[in-house]
Design a protein around this ligand. Structure first.
Ligand code: DGP
Ligand code: NA
Ligand code: NA
Length: 210
């Protein structure tokens, strides 16, 4: 009932970074950490490959289908839109969401492929605004060394270098950068503090916005 108090809501926390920057491992760790403290929390990821749209994206990433760059951009965006209302109700009912990639990946990856930056941002307008964006910063060369890439479409050094540059253009005051080339436990320790701070602020009634 405590979570239903008016004003008290969950936090929308997004992890961004290059492929192999450690987002997925850190999401898992943050989930366990917040659960351990008794906070209602879920871990989400985009693309969500379980929906119909998500399956199209997954086939594209596996090079099993070809799509126009704009068309796949809009599918990634649609994949976020189709989860928007569930996202809002979870947050309003007090559940914190740790989200592995969000709109910023959409803009960073598609603009790295050569699409217009502003065009890339447009379909993301109206999605819920994160309370905190954690950027796991790692040199593209170092990420590439980490057990190699998994073979999906975007897992190539030259493209990842461009993605890193696009992320720099998106970076603003709501972001926190963490040196993701540090040992996993050190990264986790830094993230824990930032996340807990954010969860507390949202519990106190910070407004949810678009
Ligand atoms: P992941 O499941 O986190 O490994 O993401 C799959 C790949 O798709 C990864 O290379 C990043 C890329 N990606 C994620 N979201 C978007 C998006 O919205 N647009 C584009 N173009 N690429 C994305
Ligand atoms: Na990947
Ligand atoms: Na990942």
């Amino acid at each position: 009932e405590n979570n239903q108090r008016s004003g008290s809501r969950g936090a929308l926390i997004v992890l961004e970074g290059l492929d192999r920057s450690g987002k997925t491992s850190q999401s898992c760790r943050l989930l366990s950490y917040l659960e351990g403290l008794g906070h209602p929390v879920e871990s989400w990821r985009f693309p969500d490959r379980n929906t119909g749209v998500g399956q199209m994206i997954s086939a594209y990433l596996a090079n099993k289908s070809q799509l126009d760059d704009h068309a796949i951009h809009l599918l990634f965006s649609a994949n976020r839109w189709e989860k928007r209302s569930l996202m809002e109700s979870k947050l309003r009912s007090g559940t914190t969401l740790i989200v592995d990639r969000y709109s910023f990946s959409g803009v960073a990856f598609s603009s790295a492929k050569g699409l217009d930056f502003e065009w890339c941002k447009a379909p993301e307008m109206g999605l819920l605004a994160p309370d905190l964006v954690l950027y796991l910063e790692i040199p593209p060369e170092k990420a590439a060394e980490r057990g190699g890439y998994g073979g999906e479409r975007y897992e190539q050094l030259e493209l990842q270098k461009k993605v890193a540059r696009s992320y720099q253009m998106l970076y603003d005051a709501s972001w926190k950068a963490i040196d993701a080339s540090l040992p996993i436990e050190d990264v986790e320790k830094q993230l824990r503090e930032m996340v807990l701070d954010c969860v507390t602020t949202c519990q106190k009634g910070k407004a949810l916005s678009n």
